[in-house]
Design a protein around this ligand. Structure first.
Ligand SMILES: Cc1ncc(COP(=O)(O)O)c(C=O)c1O
Length: 342
């Protein structure tokens, strides 16, 4: 029996329709600017995000790193929320490649305009200058939280008034757009650069984009090449992305409803805590006695056909996606409860 895999929304396999679109993609050498399918995807995503240009890159990590290179210089300070992917999950790339240092704002991932105002370096010119505010929407480690639009705009206005640049790690921006009913371009509007992934809830096998002004994207293009992100006949991948944008955006609402259902079924079990509100497709589950310890829960869940991912010594994550339906999510909750009980 194939296990129910809720480790991430990146585990989806391309559907038959997506594979068909990939097989028939018109391609060229994109490093030479010749791939018509990549160009079409870039234009479409630039429009979707309300920016002048977008470039196709292999991963969200690379898009985020390009953003740092575009906005900051080595030694600059980047203001960021707790648990941000750019800071915690990119293997130290921000320090190793862009040479920036992070200053953490607020608690739990989201923060306020006042946090930005307090954090902007008040020190003299010989100290590290605050250069960029980076926002993650939805916020992965905060449990797929969607930034309330007012809070997002207030943070961006505070950053702007201090002369800081703004980057949006929108790996799951379309989840935020669908969940909030706010178009992606509205959420992206205050930011100079926006990254977005096709390989998560949208179900494409590979690919992310970074979008911004034509001037910033010209510079981003150079950094993509520097990081080895130039891909040749990448139209086969871009075709999957175009297919995903056409078929898999509105349905993200199903993943969100399935995540809420999963949370509802496990909530209330002694020793198990989940957030009261599940905004999108990510559910963080915290374990404490009388629940079994996390390694045992993992092993028992796996034996019974459920895969989850650890996010800390007592925390695990379940992510819904287009390869798991309502019944699978309900079964997953049952398995987790069996695994948790002594
Ligand atoms: C919020 C966020 N940003 C960026 C990334 C990086 O994307 P990739 O795995 O394509 O490098 C992820 C991946 O899970 C993510 O959750």
């Amino acid at each position: 029996m194939t296990p129910i895999d809720l480790r991430s929304d990146t585990v989806t396999r391309p559907s038959a329709g997506m594979r068909e679109a990939m097989a028939h993609a018109e391609v060229g050498d994109d490093v030479l600017g010749d791939d018509p399918t990549v160009s079409r995807l870039q234009q479409q995503v630039a429009r979707l995000l309300g920016k002048q240009a977008a470039i196709f890159v292999p991963s969200g990590t690379q898009a985020n790193q390009i953003a740092l290179l575009v906005h900051a210089r080595p030694g600059d300070e980047v203001l960021i929320g707790e648990g941000a992917h750019q800071m915690c999950d990119e293997s130290g790339a921000a320090g190793a490649i862009a040479g920036v240092q992070f200053s953490v704002l607020g608690a739990g991932g989201l923060f306020d305009a006042a946090d930005v105002e307090r954090a902007v370096s008040p020190l003299g010119s010989e100290f590290a200058p605050s250069r960029l505010v980076s926002v993650e929407d939805t916020h992965n480690r905060a449990g797929g939280r969607v930034w309330p639009l007012d809070r997002l705009r207030a943070v961006c206005a505070a950053a702007r008034s201090r002369g800081l640049a703004l980057h949006l790690d929108g790996a799951r921006l379309l989840n935020a757009a669908v969940a909030s009913g706010t178009p992606a371009k509205e959420r992206a509007a205050p930011f100079d650069t926006v990254s977005m992934c096709l390989s998560k809830g949208l179900g494409a096998p590979v690919g992310s984009l970074i979008a911004g002004s034509a001037e910033l994207m010209t510079r981003a293009h150079r950094y993509r090449r520097m990081l080895g992100g130039g891909m040749r006949q990448a139209g086969v991948l871009a075709a999957a992305g175009l297919y995903a944008l056409e078929h898999n955006v509105e349905r993200l609402a199903e993943d969100h409803a399935n995540a809420r259902r999963f949370a509802e079924l496990v909530r209330g079990e002694p020793g198990v805590t989940v957030d009261d509100v599940i905004d999108t497709n990510i559910v963080m589950v915290d374990l404490a006695p009388p629940a079994r310890p996390l390694p045992e829960v993992f092993a028992r869940a796996f034996e019974r056909g459920l895969m989850l991912i650890p996010m800390g010594p007592h925390r695990l994550r379940a992510v819904t996606h287009l390869d798991v339906d309502r019944a699978a999510c309900e079964r997953a909750a049952e398995i987790l409860l069996e695994a948790v009980r002594s």
